[in-house]
Write a protein that binds this ligand. Structure first.
Ligand code: EPU
Length: 293
């Protein structure tokens, strides 16, 4: 462990990751650290490169399935002050990558700034949301982004404008960097109306999605012009269970962890879903979640 130099005190070995994920599934990280600042992060990346260690960044853990064996990698969680900064400048909102979307929505609403409402109920961080271009079918976080500050894996910090980033449905090429912060453009809006829109989005989620058991949200991306949930539902798979992993009765694109589900159970269910949907509709579903192994 000598190679960690100044970070030795704070690096944890074999840290269980399950508690950092919304699925409550996953084995340990070989090494786990919450860097305090950009210098920490640069030092870590340099050491990871030198010793050929993979680096994974954990946001709110709401869109990942971590293998039961865990990951042979350094797992970073951007949870300290510098990664959680929030500042307003007129209609612009500057957010650290570790800020929760719910917090950003709350503070923007208090300032009478709208635009983020459609992200209500998504249990992610700003960095995670940008990395996967989170949103709902017709609105994505990319539409609000003006600029993003990232660090490449050589430790170099860059400021990218919106047009320098490639965003498509549930994809951004920001995933090749570590996202540090971003600037979103919002619009002045009536506070009561913002709150009403938030309530509507949350009500729709509660009515259509099972939020009572640990899950990862939607497991598969929607195929063009359709809904993966609808196809899985029509394949008669609601309620199918492997171990403690179960396809939700409420929304078929949700796999629920009923208690002690393993990553293996979830992966088996995913294989079953893909096979049945392919057989019935000739559609190949692509995972929306990230799988760490
Ligand atoms: N449907 C069914 N059966 C189901 C689920 C859905 O028939 O089991 C039908 C619905 O009745 C509706 C259509 O499929 O006609 C679309 O369903 P829904 O409005 O729930 O939207 P979705 O396309 O399944 C998307 C996002 C969700 C987001 C909702 C709400 C993806 C993969 N999913 O779901 O995002 O919350 O819209 O706007 O894009 C996530 O990304 O994790 C996620 C949950």
């Amino acid at each position: 462990m000598g190679w960690w130099r100044g970070l030795r005190e704070r690096i944890k070995k074999r840290q269980p990751l399950r508690k950092y994920t919304s699925f409550k599934i996953g084995g340990p990280a070989e090494l786990f650290i919450e860097p305090k600042n950009f210098t920490d992060l640069q030092l870590l990346l340099a050491q990871a490169k030198k010793y050929k260690k993979r680096v994974f960044v954990l946001g709110a853990g709401s869109n990942i399935l971590i293998h039961d064996r865990g990951v042979k990698a350094i797992v970073l969680r951007l949870n300290s002050g510098v990664f959680k900064k929030i500042s307003f400048c007129g209609n612009y909102l500057e957010l650290g990558a570790g800020v929760l979307l719910s917090r950003a929505i709350f503070l923007a609403t208090r300032k009478g700034l709208g635009g983020l409402e459609f992200l209500s109920g998504i249990p992610g961080t700003v960095g995670g949301a940008l990395a996967m271009n989170a949103g709902i079918p017709d609105k994505h976080i990319a539409s609000l982004m003006e600029k993003v500050t990232v660090m490449d894996y050589n430790g170099k910090i860059r400021l990218l404008k919106r047009k320098e980033v490639n965003f498509t449905y549930r994809f951004s090429d920001l995933a090749k960097y570590i996202i540090l912060s971003c600037c979103l453009k919002l619009k002045k809006s009536n506070q009561a109306q913002i709150q009403k829109r938030i309530r509507e989005y949350l009500d729709y989620r509660r009515a259509t999605q099972d939020l009572t058991y640990p899950s990862c949200g939607c497991i598969f991306k929607n195929p063009p012009g359709d809904s993966a949930g609808r196809l899985i539902d029509l394949s008669g798979l609601k309620g199918r269970r492997i171990g403690d992993a179960c396809i939700s009765e409420k929304h078929a694109n949700f796999i629920l962890n009923l208690g002690q589900a393993s990553a293996r159970d979830v992966l088996k269910l995913m294989v079953l879903i893909k096979r049945e949907v392919k057989k019935k509709f000739k559609v190949t579903l692509e995972p929306e979640i990230k799988i760490w192994q």
